[in-house]
Design a binder for this molecule. Sequence first.
Ligand SMILES: [Zn+2]
Ligand SMILES: [Zn+2]
Length: 319
Amino acid sequence: MQNNLEGIGFDEVTDNSGTSYTVFRNNLQPRYPAVAFDIVKGYFFLFVTVGAIIFIDYFFHSFWWITIPVSSVLIGYIAAYLALFIHEAGHFNIHPDKKMNDRLATIFLCLPFGLSLKSYRKIHWQHHLHLGTPQDAEVSYFHAPTKLFVLETLTGIHLLRTMMRKEGNDVLTKEQVKQSRMMLLGGTFLHLIILTAAFLTGNWPFAIAWLLGFGIFFPFFATIRQILEHRDELAHYSTDFYKQPHGKVSRLFVHTVLNSSFGSAGFTRHMIHHWDPQISYTRLKDIEAFLSSSEKVAPIIKASKTTYTSVLKKLLAAS
Ligand SMILES: [Zn+2]
Ligand SMILES: [Zn+2]
């Protein structure tokens, strides 16, 4: 069974009442309040975590050796949750006005990650155009989750490699490269302010957890998530997908608290997003219901459903 919908025309898919997807998709307007709520939820949990670290450290300072690792992982996990909404903004789906979409996303989403939205949008579109080929611009899934690769991810080597690839990418205009550097500087500055404030107020366990969360665990979770969405379970760990086509594979994930937070902003339905990238993640559930009632694609939907942990187990067994 193929693990993707790409190549299937919108007109070819009809539900059990005979409505074609081409008609159905016209009514799929984004639910903006839901988007805002999901983003606020991320910031709420981030602030609660930060508050908890400071509180616990104040009363149980000697437990820093456990507070720091646990909160670093939590901060990284929440940062990864929030970062996925940049993707939604990249597809112009967080505000109906395109300019406002980009302004809001730049301040509330891109700045903490040092990303330029316009550059991200352009690079991400290459991912949609060239999924599964060496020309893809988002390439974590080219790597098997081997011990070496996990080490490279946790030490920042993979992040550096990704950033160098972005720098060497001729997709971006000079202006966009400049914007990327400016946003990277802006993001670094924001984190420096946070870290300085933490040190000056004596909250060094929080400062370390923040640094490890954003610097190590956020890229780690983002990288692993992309591998789990796109890497073929049958791919050999030694195949060089920078030279050889990997093939198009995308997955659908069942909705548990873990899957839905790890694959926030609709990434649990990444396969549907690749089929119709313009539709807001708030409507992917409706598309899944539509597709599940189509004789032609229902079996693909059913066969593609999995969990992040079961894909991870299979990929680890193959690497
Ligand atoms: Zn993708
Ligand atoms: Zn996309």
